[in-house]
Design a protein around this ligand. Structure first.
Ligand code: NAD
Length: 486
């Protein structure tokens, strides 16, 4: 079995304790032995990042962009290998794993171009002979903590904008996907990212992750993961800047005037893509009562055709869940749904297969207060709620603590625009499923899905840079704002 290392100050080093990870489609296959990074490793990584900061932040941003363009090129060359690795490490089907790598390529290309922008703005002054502008400055050492469900794309969404803005980084990936993190860092190294600028510490969130969060020399934390972990991080981070991208309980509204085939495609893709393990997964279907029966019947037919298996097999629709705990969680929620009185229309069981599989599951006759309609299950379990009209659909849509993604299928343009206005979510799709973020648009949620930051595109630059306001007085005399204005 191969043993992998931490990456600190440009060296691949050991920590001491190690852990192993298995292929979720075939748990007998161990994917590697990884370092259980600890607080001391985090200290070393932060020190390396601190020492590298001055030099990296002085590299002209277009030159930093050239390094990122090289990253994009190397990712493209390795796309198929990385995608296969991702499927083996966390289970998603190969076509989606390719998409995950493509997202990292896209962000690297976009941010490479940002090296020639990083815009501030100029404006007027209330005083004569005075010039006013803003510029962007790096923040310093930033800590990046990521989940396993997009193990190449999410780290890239953080590391790459952080680098173009001139920051140095300590990256703590999920212990379910350490190998994808290592491969990504190897590519950054090969592209010419100088030593100390990116440091990688694999290991437990509660020790390595939390130490990074509390570290006095870390100026910002960017975290993607579970809502409760995010809340804890916010409490522990002190006065650092904290960006949180958290969970969701995303809904699709299907009105009686919708194109049903299109809506079915959207529910299948949103509800069962990535085995329901996306923060933007559509785990609630809010359907108009007039079409409820027909839609349910068509949906069950479609669900029953979905093929489970290893994500490496291109004919497979649904891969395994990421680990045993996730499988048990889906099973637990099926029992909760039954106890709550929802009707199990299909699925609901652990199939007799090697690996952490779970049958694609549909509950109908759900009501908004049920736990299965409120909690993020993060598995292939969808709840269907029927409503009498558009107003009730919006009410149900907004009846959760989360506010990440949302969707409505309708051919009524007034309802489409009203939905854009009324739905409480960071993202709303019209006649498309809840998933499908593009890298140049803001990504993030409201309510318990985040704390106001957005990643992607220009908002990614905002997350990873400070704004400095500059006043240049060329009058040659003391001029006092608000006082010498007559
Ligand atoms: P998680 O919160 O368990 O773990 C995320 C990361 O945080 C891991 O690296 C983990 O080791 C680390 N961590 C755990 N406890 C920590 C602590 N006390 N201090 C510091 N770090 C700690 O989440 P997960 O199971 O890996 O991911 C699934 C969750 O992520 C879901 O809730 C999903 O909705 C969410 N998610 C959100 C987005 C988004 O952009 N909004 C994207 C993907 C996933």
């Amino acid at each position: 079995m191969q043993k992998y290392k931490l990456y600190i100050n440009g060296e691949w080093v050991e920590s001491g304790e190690t852990f192993t990870r298995v292929n979720p489609a075939n748990p007998k296959e161990v994917t590697g032995e990884f370092q259980q990074g600890n607080e001391e490793d985090i200290d070393k990584a932060v020190e390396a990042a601190e020492n590298a900061f001055e030099r990296w932040s002085e590299v002209p941003p277009p030159k930093r962009g050239q390094v990122l363009l090289k990253v994009a090129q190397l990712l493209r060359e390795d796309k198929e290998d990385l995608a296969r690795l991702e499927t083996i490490e966390m289970g998603k089907v190969i076509i989606e794993a390719r998409g995950d790598v493509q997202e990292a390529i896209d962000i690297a290309e976009y941010m490479a171009g940002e090296g020639r922008r990083l815009f501030g703005f100029t404006t007027t002054s209330e005083l004569r002979d005075k010039f006013c502008m803003t510029i962007r400055r790096p923040i310093g050492v930033v800590g990046l903590i990521t989940p396993w469900n997009f193990p190449i794309a999410i780290p890239a969404w953080k590391i790459i904008p952080a680098l173009i803005c001139g920051n140095t980084t300590v990256f703590k990936p999920s212990s379910d996907t350490p190998l994808c993190a290592i491969r990504l860092v190897e590519i950054l190294e090969k592209a010419g990212v100088p030593k100390g600028v990116v440091n990688l510490v694999t290991g437990p969130g509660s020790a390595a992750g939390m130490h990074l969060v509390r570290h006095k020399k870390v100026r910002a934390i960017s975290f993607t993961g579970h809502r409760d972990t995010g809340e804890l991080i916010l409490k522990e981070a002190g006065l650092k800047r904290v960006g949180l991208e958290l969970g969701g309980k995303n809904g699709i509204i299907i009105m009686d005037d919708a194109d049903l085939e299109l809506a079915l495609d959207g529910v299948i893709w949103g509800g069962f893509g990535t085995t329901g393990q996306r923060c933007t997964a559509a785990s609630r279907v809010i359907v108009h009562e007039k079409i409820k029966e027909k839609f349910e019947k068509l949906l069950v037919e479609r669900i029953n055709k979905l093929k489970l298996g290893s994500g490496l097999d291109p004919s497979v629709d649904i891969g395994p869940l990421v680990n045993k705990a996730a499988q048990e969680k889906s099973q637990k929620y099926v029992q909760i749904g039954l106890d709550e009185g929802a009707k199990l229309s299909c699925g609901g069981k652990i199939p007799k297969m090697e690996g952490f599989f779970f049958e694609p599951t549909l509950f109908t006759n759900c009501s908004i207060d049920m736990k299965i309609a409120q909690d993020e299950i993060f598995g292939p379990v969808v709840s269907l709620i029927s409503v009498k009209d558009f107003e009730e659909a919006i009410k149900v849509m907004n009846s959760i603590k989360y506010g990440l993604s949302s969707s409505i299928y309708t051919n009524n343009i007034r309802n489409a625009f009203k939905a854009i206005e009324k739905i409480e979510a960071g993202i709303t799709y019209i006649n498309a499923s809840t998933i499908g973020a593009e890298i140049h648009l803001p990504f993030g949620g409201i309510k318990d899905s985040g704390n106001g930051t957005r990643e992607g595109g220009q908002t990614g630059i905002e997350e990873f840079s400070e704004i400095k306001t500059v006043y240049i007085d060329y009058s040659g005399k003391l001029q006092r704002a608000q006082i010498d204005v007559e």
